[in-house]
Structure formats: C-alpha cells, structure tokens
Design a protein around this ligand. Structure first.
Ligand SMILES: Nc1ncnc2c1ncn2[C@@H]1O[C@H](COP(=O)(O)OP(=O)(O)O)[C@@H](O)[C@H]1O
Ligand SMILES: O=C(CO)[C@@H](O)[C@H](O)COP(=O)(O)O
Length: 572
C-alpha cells in the first residue's frame, strides 16, 4: 500500500547484522529489513560477524562486507515495497567503537559510483586497510597503558575525555595501526568510526565524525569540545604529527541534527531515492539506542545484544575509569552514561547450549533459570552462589577469558571457591552476574524516589528500565533484571525491542529534518510519542526483600571481582 507523506530511514550497523527501518513523520514504523552477516555474507570468512586473530587479541571485520550488506538490505526493502522516493531524510548508527581507514582515492571513487554495480566491487580501493578493528579487539594493552599515563592517570583521562583508555577506542587503535602498518597509515587519507563510515557511503564523500560518537575515541576534550592535542600527538607519534592526524580525523560539527548534504546519486539512480533526501549525522549504536524514546534522566536502558550495555541520559557528569560518559548525540548539556560488556549475548548462549545441546531454543535455559532460587539460596542462611562468565577478555573488570564461581557468606563476607564447572544453576547465575555488575557500577547515577502506589520512599534505583536488543525478547531475563536492578515503575520493552537502535536513528532523521528553530530532540519526539502503542510493561520492578538481598550480593560480587583480579595479577 502506498504510504503518504515523508518517510525517514534509520540504519543500525552492528556486530552481527545490518538493520534498516522506515518510519513516517508520526514515528510509526512502516517497514523493516535486515541482513545477517553470518547467514547472508559468510563468504567473508566471518563468525558472529567478525574475524579473530587470538594470538594478538585482534578482532576485526571487513568493511567490504558492510558495503554488500547496504546493497542487500536496500534490495530487501525494495522487494518489500518501500518507495525510496518518499524518503526525505536518513540517519544511522554504527557499532561503537570500530575504526575505518580510508585511502586517498576514497572520495573520487564514491562520487563516481556506477549505479549498475555493487558498492563493494567499486570501493575496494577506497580503503587503506581492508579490515576495521572491532569493539571486541583487545590487542592494544600497551597503547592503553600509554594513554592512561599520558595525562598522569586513568582518572585524569576519564575526567577529560569521559573514559579511561579502552582497547577498542580509536586513539589506542590508531596508535597501534600506525606502528604495525606504517605505510598503510601514510596512505590513510581519512579515518572514520563505523557510524561515519556508513554516513559517508550514503553521502558520497567522507562524513564528519558525530558529536556523540567522538567521545568514544580517547582523544576528544569533552569540556572544551575539541581534539586534545596531547592525546592526538600520542596517537600520531609526536607533536609535529598532530595536524596531520587531525586532518585525517576531520572537524566535528556540534549540531547532531544538521544535515551533511543530499544522498549520493548512486542511491537515487539505483533505488529511486529522492535526490533531496538529507543525510543526517550517524551516531554510535549506543547513543542511537537512547534516541528510541524520550528517555528521562532517571530511566535506564539495558541493551541485550552481542554486548550488554547499560545506558542513561543524564545532565550529571561523574566520570570514572570503570565506565563511560559521552556527549548526548542531540542535546548539548546532556550526557550518555554507559557501561559496556563484551561478554553479553554470546556468553549467555554458551550456557544455553550446555543446557540444551540443540542450541536453538531458550526455553530450557529460561525454565532452568526460573526454577533456580535467587543466588541459588535454597534457604536464607545458605551462601550466595556468584560467578563471572567471560568467554572473552572482559573490559570491566579487566580480566582475561575465564570462569570464576564462588560462594559468598554475607554475614562473614567470606568467599569460597565452588566447583568451577557447569551446573544448571549457571543459567540464573549468569544473568544475575551481568545484572549485579550493572547495579554495582550504576549506583552513583540512581536516586531514591517515592513508590507512586504507597508513597513509601524506595531505595535508590532507576525509575524505569527499558530492555532492548535481541535478548529483550526473553521473559526470564526480564524477571531476573527486575529482581536485581529493581525500578520504581517496572521493566519495559519497546514494541520494536530488537530494533531500538535503528529506530533511534530514524527518529534522529525525523528530528533533523522537521525540527523548528531551537526545538530539542526530546521536545519533538516527546510531542509525537505514543506511549500506549510504543512500549509495554513486561515485569514489575522493585520487589521488597529481594532487592535488598541482591544489595548484599552486590557487596559479594565486588569482592569476588577483586579476588579474581588479584589472582590474575591485575591488582595487588
Ligand atoms: N530469546 C532470546 N533470549 C535471549 N537472548 C536472545 C534471544 N533472542 C536473541 N538473543 C540474543 O540476541 C543477540 C543478538 O542481539 P541483537 O541486538 O539482535 O544483535 P547485535 O549485537 O548484532 O545488535 C544474540 O547474540 C542472542 O544471544
Ligand atoms: O559499545 C560497544 C562496544 O564498544 C558495543 O555496544 C558495540 O557497539 C556492539 O553493539 P551490539 O552489536 O552488541 O549491538
């Protein structure tokens, strides 16, 4: 059926998929499609979207595969009947924090694309390096140590840039790329994040890095709103190289909504895009996720994708090396608070597959998790069973791959190793573990509020928790999330749960193209938001007694992490 009125598109280029959705001006979803990298583009030799080199801790993905995915997802939308001629604006999101290296030929090649051919066959020479370091990469410990030391301490780096040094961030990644591939670095004309890479493809020239995403690079002074020369010099290899690297990185516009220009002619000719379609800034997948609804300062989002992330939009800037503060992608004065874990969906899948060898169904995992008592305590006096489940080197805490299982006695604070192999309790324990880590690290950001039903003052916790990403479909995870994190109003899911990030990107395009002078994102989206249609409550939140019990478990969890860090020689 033909759709009337302007349409807007949002893309989400994440670890395992490229998703695209179409909405109208009233924020109503009209169409969606996706490309699954392993299923559709396995010819690139990827597994779960990436290629690994464990000897060096490297994890990367081929941008050529993403180009094929762009063609494929648009083909699928065309087959579904989308009239691209009505698309007046598009935006997108790229997984944080991948880095892409363009060659000197990139812009000439992009502007001369032949609409009869695919993007990947024409843009091979547009890349100085055929791989993009992925957020799961852990090859840059040496470079991270240098970044943490550069301003005196990790705390100082976190205060200035919003984060301590992280393996995946572009500063340390560029530093390593420059020394590992010096001639490729010389041949690199421009450097993009995954988000600005995708924006560039649609624009037909290198798009600026986004004001939200730039704060995930360890080189942007969040207070002054500009590159920090000392940190850029570290990545570039000297003060005399600062201007050269700044040129490769480009200028960063402050306005997250101002269009960069019209869609590249390639898309107009090949797919019938409206030539006036505006390319709005593309941001990171996490900042884009917080744009999927008018998020209040006291709400939290938990994204259960390949990674697990915890997101808040807040005016409070309280940096700490254990987590991230980033610029809000649209609203100056707001920040995005983020916790990010490598061991999210794939770690849960490992346990699922040990419970049900067929590996396709979450049912047995969920039944087992719900049949297990909280913290495996059959009676109140039992020790609490806690664990860390890290198939991959984790970021926070900085621990190598491994599993730790311990019994915690809250009376004595005693921790004792328990058998370190799989038992069905792991189904509940892994979800508890992930949620306990979120609760431990978000404590400074949540506040005490009154229960609207009883008027009783509740302990500090989020007002609402919104679950998004692939795992948001799972009722057992939602229930354990409620038990551990609480929440005054309960646990919610977006109607479009698995596609929240692409939705946020589409809303950003609506805002960028339709805002009145000075109108904020929150104001425009809030005025068109239909709560009754767009979100549903999936679990009650705060549960008196249980929440407090998990509060004791948070203490044990913190001690367990410190114990594991000691054993691994990370702390003394
Ligand atoms: N019913 C489910 N229960 C728990 N996890 C799920 C369920 N469905 C999907 N997932 C998880 O979602 C992950 C993919 O999440 P998604 O947000 O779509 O991916 P991406 O990381 O590519 O953005 C998978 O790795 C899988 O573990
Ligand atoms: O922020 C990070 C990594 O830095 C992650 O959240 C990635 O952006 C991957 O996202 P998903 O593929 O899990 O959606």
């Amino acid at each position: 059926m033909a759709q009337k009125g302007p349409l807007y598109m949002g893309f989400d280029l994440s670890t395992q998929q490229l998703k695209a959705i179409v909405v109208d001006s009233n924020l109503k979803l009209t169409q969606e499609a996706k490309v699954d990298f392993d299923a559709d583009l396995g010819k690139y030799g990827i597994e779960k979207g990436v290629i690994t080199n464990p000897a060096e801790g490297e994890v990367f993905a081929p941008p050529a595969m993403w180009l094929d995915a762009v063609n494929l997802v648009l083909d699928r939308l065309a087959e579904a009947g989308v009239d691209f001629g009505q698309v007046m604006g598009l935006s997108g999101a790229g997984m944080q924090h991948g880095t892409v290296f363009w060659s000197k030929k990139a812009e000439t090649l992009m502007v001369n694309l032949d609409a009869g051919k695919s993007l990947s066959e024409q843009l091979k020479d547009a890349l100085a390096h055929d791989m993009s370091p992925n957020w799961q990469d852990s090859s840059t410990q040496k470079q991270c140590d240098a970044f943490d030391a550069e301003l005196g301490s990790a705390d100082k780096l976190a205060d200035l840039t919003g984060s301590a040094a992280h393996h995946r961030f572009s500063g340390p990644q560029i530093m390593r790329y420059r020394t590992k591939y010096p001639s490729k670095y010389d041949q690199t004309a421009r450097i993009s994040l995954v988000s600005s890479f995708l924006a560039s493809v649609f624009l037909g020239k290198i798009a600026p890095i986004d004001i939200g995403d730039v704060t995930g690079m360890n080189m942007w002074d969040i207070h002054k709103g500009r590159w920090n020369d000392q940190l850029v010099a570290l990545a570039a290899g000297g003060q005399d190289k600062v201007e050269e690297l700044k040129h490769k990185l480009g200028d960063v516009p402050e306005d997250g909504g101002a269009g960069f220009g019209m869609v590249n002619n390639y898309f107009a000719t090949r797919y019938g895009f409206n030539p006036e379609c505006v390319i709005c800034p593309f941001t990171g997948d996490n900042p884009s996720t917080i744009l999927a609804l008018p998020l209040r300062a006291s709400d939290a989002m938990v994204s259960l994708g390949t990674s697990t992330t915890f997101l808040m939009s807040t005016p409070e800037y309280k940096p700490d090396p254990a987590y991230h503060f980033m610029n809000h992608p649209c609203t100056p004065g707001l920040y995005m608070f983020m916790l990010c874990y490598k061991n999210g969906g794939l770690a849960r899948e490992n346990i699922r597959d040990q419970i049900d060898k067929s590996g396709n169904s979450w049912d047995a995992f969920n039944d087992t998790a719900m049949a297990t008592a909280p913290l495996s305590q059959k009676k109140g006096s039992d020790d609490m069973r806690l664990g860390l489940f890290f198939p991959l080197h984790e970021t926070v805490p900085n621990l190598p791959a491994g599993q730790w299982r311990m019994a915690f006695n809250p009376e004595t604070n005693n921790l004792q190793d328990v058998r370190n192999d799989f038992i069905p309790d792991d189904a509940r324990n892994i979800v508890e573990s992930q949620m306990l880590s979120l609760r431990l690290r978000s404590q400074k950001l949540v506040h005490s509020e009154k229960d609207p039903a009883t008027g009783q003052q509740l302990p500090p916790q989020p007002r609402r928790v919104y679950l998004v990403g692939g795992g948001s479909a799972n009722p057992a995870i939602a229930n354990i999330c409620a038990e551990v994190l609480g929440s005054v109003e309960g646990i919610y899911k977006l109607d479009i749960g698995g596609n929240a990030c692409a939705l946020g990107a589409a809303y950003k395009a609506v805002w960028g193209c339709e805002r009145k002078q000075g109108q904020t994102f929150e104001d425009l989206i809030g005025s068109r938001w239909d709560e009754s249609k767009f979100v549903q409550k999936i679990a009650d939140g705060y549960r008196k007694g249980t929440f407090e019990k998990y509060g004791e478990a948070v203490r044990g969890f913190d001690l367990m992490e410190k114990e594991a860090l000691k054993r691994e020689g990370r702390i003394t």
